[in-house]
Design a protein around this ligand. Structure first.
Ligand code: GCO
Ligand code: MG
Length: 402
């Protein structure tokens, strides 16, 4: 089962996605997601110019060896570009293995540990009444876990809140937007949001919130403590996590559960957070953290410390990532929750998929491999469009964490 081709497909059905397609001499192919939001072409080039030529002639069944070859063999280890490229190769190879054995990926991993995958959706409003309306719609759709984000009075363009009434999309085509930020205004306001949600909907749904790296550790500790009565499922990315020890301070002050890791790309990024039990959920994803082979290693390590998974799943990871992630989630013994933000209609057409959503639960389907394909002719009709994530500045102009 030799690899004879490896091609990179860049397409923009509503937003940019990078996909790797690996073909074997038996004519079987597998695909992997290689999308790194706002830096898509860096990964496309890393794959096309440096990785794909080294794959030709290798045994597609040697998934672990190819992973090690790409990780150790580059000499330059880790980093989002490298690890996203490795992930794309890895997921494509697991897809091939599923297809040649006729088995869905979750069975190759060891089989289903549960009937379905609990996902959380995004309820977002420009103000509290609108956030409550969106929350009510999610309850109606059967969601058991709902993330709530809301505009903050007198703060321009808050993370997670769409500019208009459409779907929230973090990247902006053609320009780098500048958002302004005030931790003081946010900290005064956000407990009122949770209070309103619990007053209206009670405690039957899991309530999640993303702080998006905005606070200092002591501010995050204050937030966690002040919202304890609303019993959040998690408070996500309360402070930037490069300095993992910073989470000790948050932990000393609050029992609000913490989720971290959507920007992580290797087990080393989360080592201290996990082994010191400074977090409750690890958010690393297949696409950015080295694929099935590496994320499985992270999840197993996390399980030793009772840390559960909560994979990142925004619309800027492709439907290929979504499919593979659902197989992973169905298997992972220490699964917690999976993010599901939905996709633009055109993206769902470009990526035919076996996964399905029903009343807040998802299933990857039983197609061999991960069950997601790409319609290349359709993909070619949506050319790459440069788009960038915003930056955030404090009200005095200081560059802050977006
Ligand atoms: C989330 C995330 C995203 C990111 C986006 C960046 O929790 O879903 O924070 O909204 O900002 O994926 O590309
Ligand atoms: Mg997030």
């Amino acid at each position: 089962m030799k690899i004879v081709r490896a091609d990179v497909i860049v397409t923009c059905p509503g937003r940019n996605f990078v996909t790797l397609k690996i073909v074997t001499d038996e004519g079987v192919y597998g695909i992997g997601d290689a999308t790194l939001n706002g830096r898509e072409l860096a990964v496309a080039s890393y794959l096309k110019d440096h990785v794909c030529p080294t794959l030709i002639g290798r045994d597609a069944g040697c998934i672990e060896d190819i992973w090690q070859y790409l990780y150790k063999g580059a000499y330059w280890r880790r980093g989002p570009v490298t690890m996203t490229a490795i992930a794309a190769v890895d997921v494509a190879l697991w897809d091939i293995l599923g297809k040649v054995t006729g088995m869905p990926l979750y069975r190759l991993l060891g089989g289903a540990s549960r009937d379905g995958v609990m996902v959380y959706g995004h309820a977002t409003g420009h103000d509290i009444p609108e956030a409550l309306d969106r929350y009510a719609e999610h309850v109606e759709m059967g969601y058991k876990a709902i993330r709530v984000q809301c505009g903050v009075p007198n703060v321009r363009s808050v993370y997670g809140v769409p500019k208009d009434n459409g779907m929230y999309e973090p990247a902006t085509k053609g320009t780098v937007e500048e958002h302004s930020w005030s931790s003081e205004k946010y900290l005064d306001f956000v407990p009122k949001l949770f209070e309103a949600v619990r007053a209206k909907f009670g405690f039957d749904t899991h309530l999640l919130h993303d702080v998006h790296h905005r606070l200092t550790p002591i501010e995050a500790a204050r937030l966690g403590k002040s919202v304890e009565p609303y019993r959040l499922f998690w408070m996500e990315d309360p402070t930037p996590a490069e300095n993992q020890a910073a989470f000790r301070l948050i932990r000393e002050h609050t029992v609000t559960p913490i989720a971290v890791g959507e920007v992580f790309n290797s087990i080393w990024d989360c080592k201290q957070l996990i082994e010191e039990q400074l977090i409750d959920y690890i958010r690393a994803t297949l696409t950015h953290a080295g694929g099935i082979t590496h994320l499985r290693r992270i999840a197993d390590f996390a399980s030793l410390c009772q840390v559960r998974t909560g994979c990142h799943g925004p619309s800027d990871l492709s439907p290929v990532c979504m499919g593979a992630a659902l197989h992973f989630d169905l298997w992972a013994p220490n699964f917690g929750v999976q993010e599901y933000m939905g996709f633009p209609e055109a993206a769902l057409e470009v990526f035919p998929h076996a996964w399905r959503f029903e009343r807040g639960m998802m299933h990857p389907g039983d197609a061999p491999g991960h069950g997601v394909d790409i319609d290349e002719a359709l993909a070619a009709r949506y050319p790459y469009t440069p788009a960038y994530l915003p930056v955030a500045r404090l009200e005095d102009g200081t560059l802050w964490n977006w």
